[in-house]
Design a protein around this ligand. Structure first.
Ligand code: NAI
Ligand code: MG
Length: 493
């Protein structure tokens, strides 16, 4: 018997392979015990006198105390932003404004590792993603908008672009620093000042960003950061000193904000939920599609507004595709967000975990078939295994509601017309994916899908030059590109 033959039976099957731990250094970031509010260029104690703790969802350990801003605090922040606007920021030579944005972009790059670790600690996302996606894209947004700051007349020829004033910006917890960049960079490039409210479970990178602003010597009051929960956000929306409101978060809160602002003449950008269709035709490259499906729904634990949470697969290839998908799921590594090998990290909060569990239970009760790969979830913290539902009814809640977790619902179709009809059969319209080898079919589909972004043979690709936003209950207004600039300008014509 040859040596090889002799050894073959004992060789481990691929699923038995173990990855050695590859932990990112935790000590590159040291949080302060307490973070005050960033108002008028200073870190100040909250007038409210209230604080809350932000913790790591991976093990529930507390990370820092953060101020819970009240009405008086929000008022001070808006006042500081107003003063900075009037005191020079809005009339600063645009090329000078650009310099600050370039500086911020470079500092984000320099401090990328520290910020990535902080992001993964506070929010639970894998370090691989905060390092390779969130941080590079956040810096790219500042670079991109720095480039526009002194070219606005060229972006809008024969119109006269002017800043709006004080921009109130409320962001969610799924991409904390990246959403900050999406909001702050265009606002500043256009000559506005900002009051930003980060989400209550992930305030730390925004507070570190306050330090980045100081490092960049950004004039005091141009960026103000008020931490707190939804009540702080509501105070900001209600404040009569704001000139613009930009919100990313749930559709319910988006609707409440729109009601609150009705009749006040304040321009609004709302980027809300989604239930995107990822549509796979029988002529596509199957293995590539499987990677795209995995990236579409398990990236960032599925806490992604444009996640490909509904897989529409052509009936003729449903069986092989689902087989491949299940096998691929078995190779996903769920666990410590700070391990460089981790693919799926922690669920952001207990509340979000409860929501995912409730919707998954409803899917099972509706008779859908559930598949989860064998994986050992850590005992402490908030975790949910990557999940696929097959035999999903169109009317089932798991096919219609945003789960915002690592849960995929599979539906089938026979013809392109049926694919379009099913894809558009949702109150949302943020994104969609199409997998096919035919360029003509991509264009045919893209012109019929009611979604702000349509990806072809890829998914979850972002670029600061490309406008992003939705239809219907996914909100309105665009972020990124020239369209995104327009949301922070008025035109005296
Ligand atoms: P949320 O909409 O309550 O939170 C987003 C931000 O809005 C946070 O900063 C929050 O403090 C603030 N906020 C809450 N209530 C407010 C109010 N009345 N006025 C002003 N600001 C307010 O989202 P939540 O509760 O954390 O998540 C619930 C669901 O929303 C998720 O399960 C998911 O389906 C969806 N969601 C969608 C996001 C997206 O990117 N489109 C992001 C976050 C959540
Ligand atoms: Mg946290």
């Amino acid at each position: 018997m040859s040596d090889i033959e002799h050894r073959t039976p004992a060789a481990p099957a691929p699923l038995d392979w173990e990855y050695a731990p590859a932990p990112e250094a935790r000590d590159i970031v040291s949080f302060r015990e307490r973070y005050g509010l960033y108002i008028g260029g200073e870190v100040v104690e909250p007038r409210s006198g209230e604080w809350f703790t932000t913790s790591s969802p991976a093990d529930e350990s507390p990370l820092a105390e953060v101020a819970q801003a009240g009405g008086e605090d929000v008022d001070l922040a808006v006042g500081a932003a107003r003063a900075a606007y009037a005191d020079g920021w809005s009339s600063l030579r645009p090329a000078e404004r650009a310099k600050y944005l370039f500086r911020i972009a470079r500092i984000l790059q320099e401090r990328a590792r520290e910020l990535a670790v902080a992001e993964s600690l506070d929010g639970g996302k894998p370090i691989k993603e905060s390092r390779d996606v969130d941080l590079p894209l956040a810096a790219a947004h500042f670079f991109y908008h720095a480039g526009w700051a002194d070219k606005l007349e060229y972006a809008f020829p024969s119109r006269t672009p002017r800043p709006l004033g004080v921009a109130a910006q409320i962001i969610p917890w799924n991409f904390p620093l990246l959403m900050l960049a999406w909001k702050v960079a265009p606002a500043l490039a256009c000559g506005n000042t900002v009051v930003l409210k980060p989400a209550e479970t992930t305030p730390l990178t925004a507070l570190m960003f306050a330090d980045v602003c100081r490092q960049a010597e950004l004039p005091a009051g141009v960026v103000n950061i008020v931490t707190g929960d939804g009540s702080t956000g509501a105070e900001l929306v209600r404040h009569d000193g704001i000139d613009k409101l930009a919100f990313t978060g749930s559709t319910d809160v988006g609707k409440a904000i729109q009601r609150e602002l009705a009749g006040r003449g304040i321009p609004i950008t709302l980027e809300l939920g989604g239930k995107a269709a990822n549509i796979v035709f029988d002529d596509c490259a199957l293995d590539q599609a499987v990677e795209g499906i995995v990236n579409g729904i398990y990236f960032n634990q599925g806490h992604v507004c444009c996640a490909g949470s509904r897989l529409l697969v052509q009936e003729s290839i449903a069986e092989p595709l689902i087989g491949k998908l299940k096998r691929r799921l078995q190779t996903l590594r769920v666990g410590d967000p700070l391990d460089k090998n981790t693919d799926v990290g922690a669920i952001n909060s207990r509340a979000q975990l409860d929501k995912i569990r409730e919707l998954v239970a409803s899917g099972e009760a509706d008779g859908a078939e559930i598949y989860q790969p064998p994986c050992v979830l850590p005992e402490r913290g908030y975790w949910f295994a990557p999940t696929v539902f097959t035999n999903v009814a169109q009317s089932s809640r798991i096919a219609t509601e945003e789960i915002f977790g690592p849960v995929l619902s599979v539906l089938t179709f026979r013809t392109p017309d049926e694919a379009v009809e099913k894809a558009n059969n949702t109150p949302y319209g943020l994104s969609a994916g199409v997998w096919t080898e035919k360029g003509s079919r991509i264009l045919w589909m893209a012109s019929r899908l009611r979604a702000g972004v349509v990806w072809a043979n890829t998914f979850n690709r972002f670029d600061p030059a490309s406008p992003f936003g939705g239809y219907k209950e996914s909100g309105f207004g665009r972020e990124g590109g020239r369209h995104g600039l327009e949301a922070y300008l008025r035109f005296d014509e």
